[in-house]
Design a protein around this ligand. Structure first.
Ligand code: DGL
Length: 280
């Protein structure tokens, strides 16, 4: 990474968070819970979602534009709240920036490597995240005695976006995807896509209680808190009332995003602004 430029960073600056669309809101929800004094600027690339079926070059270019947009708010850090962008673009983004950044893949990998008892870890994610092999790479660096089994689940994102979180169709598709991981006897399953925590109860039912489900969104919020504390950048005080604590931006129409966001985050997201991300 380029050296972090401390002079640029203020405790009371917002945290920038981005995803290809709405999935990153599962990360925002955890940040709101775990470090409630922080201001957040969220960008969801709703016009160009999904990233999970795109090439590394495209995802890296899109992510670079979003980082430039978020930096117009003088954010003190950026959370790449998308597994696909973390797997494909984070290394390149970090090389080019002087503020701290964190993705969702490493925090999930860290916990999975730690909690497995039988050394068999499953990862479910988009085709891009699975194809990047970033989860096995990080996990095997941390724990040589594990085997990582990867399964792309491309139908989960559209099912979740359609709101079919608890539905016989989602049950059936989940069974088809997960049977091979159950047969291999994994004891830990990483939900390697930011949408997947939304179907956690279906996944829990199908995998059974013996399998630990790792939610990288939750683990990322913990690592973010630790990183900001280490840099003495945690905001000590809640932002003043009326200070626009949480702001949401999207690249497509805002209405659908607001509806979806309110089903994930119970804080009442009243509005989102649509911007032209191609300008950045
Ligand atoms: N948010 C993406 C991820 O975590 C999934 C949606 C997409 O394919 O863009 O990988």
């Amino acid at each position: 990474m380029t050296e972090i430029n401390r002079a640029l960073l203020r405790k009371d600056a917002p945290i920038g968070v981005f995803d290809s669309g709405v999935g990153g809101l599962t990360v925002v929800r955890e940040i709101m819970r775990q470090i409630p004094n922080e201001k957040i600027i969220y960008f969801g690339d709703t016009a160009r979602v999904p990233y999970g079926s795109k090439s590394q070059d495209t995802v890296t270019r899109f992510s670079g534009q979003i980082v430039r947009f978020l930096r117009t708010f003088q954010v003190k850090t950026i959370v790449v709240a998308c597994n696909t962008a973390s797997a494909y673009a984070l290394d390149a983004l970090e090389k080019d920036t002087d503020i701290p950044m964190i993705g969702v893949v490493k925090p999930g990998a860290n916990v999975a490597a730690d909690v497995t008892r039988n050394g068999r870890i499953g990862v479910i994610a988009t085709e891009a995240t699975i194809g990047s092999r970033m989860y096995p790479k990080y996990i095997e660096e941390l724990n040589k005695n594990v085997t990582v089994y990867c399964k792309a689940c491309p139908l989960f994102v559209p099912l979740i976006e359609e709101g079919l979180w608890e539905d016989p169709v989602t049950d059936e598709i989940s069974r088809r995807y997960l049977t091979e991981l159950i047969d291999i006897d994994i004891d830990t399953l990483i939900l390697g896509c930011t949408h997947y925590p939304l179907i956690r109860s279906t996944l829990r039912r199908i995998m059974g209680d013996g399998v630990t489900l790792v939610n990288p969104a939750y683990e990322t919020a913990i690592e973010l808190r630790e990183m900001l504390a280490g840099l003495e950048l945690l905001n000590d005080e809640p932002p003043a009332l009326g200070s626009n604590r949480y702001q949401f931006y999207v690249s497509d129409k805002a209405e659908k995003f607001v509806r979806f966001a309110n089903s994930i985050i119970k804080y009442g997201i009243l509005s989102a602004k649509s911007i032209n991300i191609e300008e950045y």
